[in-house]
Each structure stands twice: as C-alpha cells, then as structure tokens.
Write a protein that binds this ligand. Sequence first.
Ligand code: HEM
Length: 474
Amino acid sequence: MASLAAADARPGATGDIQTDRGNPHWTRYPGDAALDAIPGEDGWPVIGTTFMQLADPDRFARRMVATYGPVYRTRSFGQRGVELIGPEANELVLFDRDRLFSSEQGWGPLLNLLFPRGLMLMDHEAHRIDRRALSVAFKPEPMKAYCDLLGRDIAATVQGWGNGADRFTLRMYDAIKALTLQTAATSFLGIPLGPEADRLNQAFTAMVQAAVAPIRRPLPFTAMGRGVAGRRLMVDWFTRLLETRRADPGQDMFSQFALATREDGTLLPPDVVVDHMIFLLMAAHDTITSSFTTLIWQLAQNQDWQDRLRAEALATTGGTVRALAHGDLARMELTDLAFKEALRMMPPVPALPRRALRDFTFMGHPIPAGTNVGINPALVHTDPGLWPDPDRFDPLRFTPDKVAARHKYAWVPYGGGAHMCLGLHFATMQTRILAYHVLTRYRIEAAPGYAPRWQAWPIPRPRDGLRLELRRIC
Ligand code: HEM
C-alpha cells in the first residue's frame, strides 16, 4: 500500500504542468568541481558544449571519444555531465542492477513540461507498478485486434498514394508520419478518421514540437505556448473519452489502459491513465516514423534486399496481396532482420539520459551522485570494433549465431532493463505491416546521386522529407 501511495503522491500528479529543476525530491546536482577529474571540455562560456553537440551530435561524440576516451565530460544546457560510451556502459546504465540511476531525473528536464508522469518519467517501485498495469495492452489478444485495425488503415492509405499514378515522387518520411498519426487515432484511441482526429493530431503535433523548443516558458506565439495549449486540449478530451471507454470498451489501446488495474485490483486513476496515454502516443509516433523511413531509404539503395523482402512479403500471403493476419507476421523473418539493421544504423532514440542517485565508479572514474549521465546507442551501433564496415546495410548481422557472438548491449535501440521499450512488439508488428503493404505495391528507387541530409537529434529525420520515386507494381 505504501508504494501505491507513493505512486499517486508523485509531484504534479494533479495534472498541472510541471517544471523540472525545482523538484524537491530530485537529487542535488554536484558542484562543478566534483567532475574536474573526468577528462572532457566545458566549451564556451554560458553555452558550454550545447551547440557543438546539437549541431552534429555524432561528430562531436566521436571527437570526444577519440580525444578523451569512452568516459568524458561535457557542459550542456548549463550543467556539467558525463557520457559513458560502449556496450559495458549501456549495460551498467540500462540494466542498472544496483538502482544507481534515475530515468525520471534524466528525461525530466526535456519531457516534464509536456509529457509529465509517463512511464519513462517514473522510477523504481512506482514505475514497476504502473508498467505492470499497462502491460495488459500488449498481450496477444489486444495485439491481434491492433493488427487488424492497423492493416485496414495502412492498406487503404498506401494504395491511395500518388492518386493512382503508375509512377510518382513521394516524400516518404512525410507520408509515413501522416499515416502513423492516422493509425494512432484508430488503433490507439479507437476514434474514426475525420475532423475530430485531425484536431487531436494538430494538438499532439504542437506538443511534440514544443518538447524540444529552445524557449521553455509557455509564452504566447511560441512553440511552447502552442504545446501547452495542445496538452490542455488533449487532457480534456482524453478525460471525457475515458468515461466512454470504461462504460463501453472497444478494441483500441486506450480501452485497455482504461480498464488496467494495479496489483490491489483498483483501476488506474483517470489522470494517470490520461498521462500514460499521452506519453505513449509520443513514445510511439516519431520512433516508428523515423525507423521505417530509415528502412525504406536503405531498401531504395539496396535493391537486392528490396527484392528479397518483397518476395518474402508475397510468399507470406501465398503470392497474392491481401489483409495480413497476426499469425502471418511471424513468417516475415528477413523483414525482421532488415528492420533490426535499420535500427542499428539510425536508432530513433540516439542517446539516453539518466541522473546518478548515488556515487559510483566506472572504468576507474569516480562519478558523484546527482551527475547527469548519458549513454549513446547511436555511437555504439556504428563502432567498427563491434560492427565491421558499419555503414554497409547488412541485415545478416542479426542471424542468431552473429547475435550470440556479440555483447548483449552492443545493440540497444529499445533500451534495456526496467525501462526497455514497452511498445517494441507493437513497433515490430506495425513496421512489418507497413513493409508488407508498401513493398507489395511499389518498387522504390532513389534518383541517381540523391543524398538527403538527416537531422540527427532529437529523433533522426531526413530534412527534405526523403524524396523517393515509386513505381506501382500492383
Ligand atoms: C522503432 C520504434 C521504437 C523505438 C526505437 C523505441 C525506443 C525506446 C527506447 C530507447 C526506450 C527507453 C528509453 C530509456 O530507457 O530511457 C523506450 C521506452 C518506451 N517506449 Fe518505445 N520505442 C519505439 C516504439 C514504441 C511504441 C510503438 C510504443 C507504444 C506503442 C512505445 C512505448 C514506449 C514506452 C511506454 C516506453 C517507456 C517504458 C518505460 O519507461 O518503462 N515505444 N522506447
């Protein structure tokens, strides 16, 4: 009972917008001097290393590792922090056997204003209790229902791309983003496409954009102002929808959350359900869009793999294009390997933040309680010592023998340990359905010499929306 009380006494649990550093239950930041012994840089006065990191996170991290080694100090967003690079560091931080790290205090400064009290913003016992309650939404029966809903929407939308033209250019990232938003309305919320879903999508998009806005106060005409207004609209709307779903549940994920119970058999309180649902939409949306876009970009450049995946997709449904059943998905094994390789090359969550709750030592470096600690999956995923020829798209890196020969934490696109992505099976299901409907209908090519620029942070995306040539084959 004590732990349930703790869960509901979380700061800001009343539904207000929560700010970050004034939070009384957070660990105190150590003074700057406490990190003097860690090799690294403080960057420029006031701005520190922030802009260098944001401008090209990958190049910055590579230079730091080359200069200072796999444990290095930076100074961004006004605070010194320590980056730990390598599979051992991933294991220490993600598996977190000794409960040394706080996810809430790591992610909080970025997400607390708009997505407070989501699972990633909870720690330890309170987190365990709610994660367990929400897990019902990912059991086989509900997953089968989502599969049907997703399949129906994806098939219809993909078929309509290009308005029936035989050849056309598509901004692939933009098309997938729009499709993922549409499918979220039906499979996550159980509402039909239409003006209501459009309004919610606008509110949600404003929240996502505000999450990384440089001005952190909700002033009029700022991204944060629009984001906070979007959050208000969504909270109101979801709170009303919760009543409806509890009285008459559907097959959508929100209905599952609405009826989820904690270990003592009580329903999750309404504001808790609403916050978890809003957070989950955020966690699901751009990650799927980014990773599926990466996969398609790689398939446009590697036509041999595109052919193999198309042949596998057709074989899955006996040579004809039809609706996919949940049971069909297990046969798309090459697609699974190819998606894993896309997640290696460009993980949608390239870096993960935590804060140390206690002093600890890593690779001989003492690190004090309160330190911001980051790990960098994107860098580890392209380390030539772990992944020979890392820029080459090679799904066969993920055959079981190759996986067994590697460090378990060399590939961590979904994180690991207690906070391991709750939606990873949903993500693999949705991307297989997408791959099936896209590849059985279109051949996808890139214009010769086309080299789109990618924005690396916070979630990788092609700056021009990724212009690809599609030729209809079905
Ligand atoms: C390819 C797609 C996805 C990727 C790469 C991805 C990646 C991640 C990562 C790295 C984390 C852990 C963050 C950390 O430990 O700090 C995470 C957490 C989470 N993800 Fe995903 N995600 C994806 C899709 C989804 C989807 C589709 C959903 C929901 C349907 C989802 C729901 C969540 C939730 C609820 C958490 C928090 C779990 C917790 O803290 O216990 N994700 N995801």
